[in-house]
Design a protein around this ligand. Structure first.
Ligand code: AHM
Ligand code: MG
Length: 339
């Protein structure tokens, strides 16, 4: 916990601006837009249960419809907050098939950043009052400012991210982000609507005792993952480990970063690239993990160095405490050619 009492996210963003030479303040404004949108989404997420009771009259399938709506609403909230503030020139969202170009405004301001976002990840958890999250990733465009953004501005390797982070709408709401200089976490005081620095310089423990995976898919996992799971469950040394799976990537990652653990969404016999999206989910989490001293791979290669080919590309995902990911990779490598 911090010795620096009541440092707000707003103050922190401004302070950190000085880390960047020649900073124009644009990234700060962009992060501030995300901060604002997250508070609006937080309000909507908190209302989700009550909307079931008081709203949506006439809907035959209230639960299904509401679920759908909150995803869409979160998407609209983030896109509005980002596009109305001259902070980005393009947005790609897990909710949209294509990227959105943000045209320069009348005063001709040319933004150099693009944002990739999963506005409400794990949203099937909303129905059952379990935490969900927002994940975001920021790159500098590679095409000329002033020209329309192109697909290649979004299809950049994760190592080129300028910043990445997530919001977890949990028992408290937190925003956790990195600009490539460590990872810091801020907790929302809902009575004031202000985020305060609560988790400075977050670090993955080198090793951990938690593994997070949807074990219901066991039969479809590659042999390397099956063998690693058996290793986790073996009675030896500090094992067996504990199994914890929320089914909400942000929450599972957040817990593992604090307590030490590994999250795995592997390939399966039916989905050879797993489920999670490289650009909206894996790259931002990988940057955070590495910045926090953890590790992230597809079982064999560093996530941040994968060359993206399409916006909604999926990739197997192994992420967490350094030694745990290395051990899982050992099992993967020893079963390279078997399923
Ligand atoms: P989503 O983007 O459709 O919400 O899916 C992503 C979520 C992750 O948050 C979570 O870890 C995973 O899907 C759970 O998938 P499964 O239900 O297959 O275990
Ligand atoms: Mg998602």
């Amino acid at each position: 916990m911090t010795n620096d009492p009541l440092q707000t996210l707003g103050e922190f963003i401004i302070k950190k601006q000085d880390d960047f030479r020649y900073s124009s303040g644009e990234l700060s404004r962009l992060l501030s837009a995300i901060r604002l949108a997250s508070k609006v989404v937080n309000r909507e997420v908190n209302k989700a249960g009550i909307a079931d009771i008081v709203g949506q009259a006439g809907n035959t399938n209230i639960q299904g419809e509401d679920q759908q709506k909150l995803d869409v609403l979160a998407n609209e909230i983030f896109i509005a907050a980002l596009s109305q503030r001259e902070v980005v020139c393009g947005i790609a969202s897990e909710e949209n098939d294509d990227f959105i170009e943000i045209k320069p405004t009348e005063n001709g301001h040319l933004s150099k950043y693009v944002v990739l976002i999963d506005p409400l990840d794990g949203s099937s958890n909303i129905d059952v009052n379990v935490s969900v999250g927002t994940i975001f990733s920021i790159y500098r465009r590679i095409t000329e400012p002033g020209t329309p953004v192109e697909l290649k501005d979004f299809l950049q390797k994760g190592i080129h991210q300028i910043a990445a982070g997530y919001v977890v709408y949990g028992s408290s709401t937190m925003i956790v982000y990195t600009t490539g200089n460590g990872v810091n976490g801020f907790t929302l005081d809902p009575s004031l609507g202000t985020y305060y620095l609560s988790h400075p310089n977050m670090k993955f423990p080198k090793n951990g005792k938690i593994y997070s995976i949807n074990e219901g898919n066991y039969i479809k996992f590659p042999q390397g993952v099956k063998d690693y799971l058996k290793y986790c469950q073996m009675e030896e040394g500090d094992r067996p480990y504990t199994s914890r799976y929320i089914g909400s990537l942000v929450s599972d990652f957040h817990r593992n970063m604090i307590k030490g653990g590994i999250y795995i969404y592997p390939s399966t016999s039916q989905s050879p690239n797993g489920k999670l999206r490289l650009l909206y989910e894996c790259n931002p989490m990988a940057l955070l993990a590495e910045q926090a001293g953890g590790k992230c791979s597809d079982g064999f290669h560093r996530i941040l160095e994968i060359e993206p080919e399409k916006l909604h590309q999926r990739v197997p995902f192994f992420c967490g405490s350094m030694e745990m990911v290395e051990k899982a990779e050992e099992f993967m490598n020893s079963k390279l050619n078997s399923r």
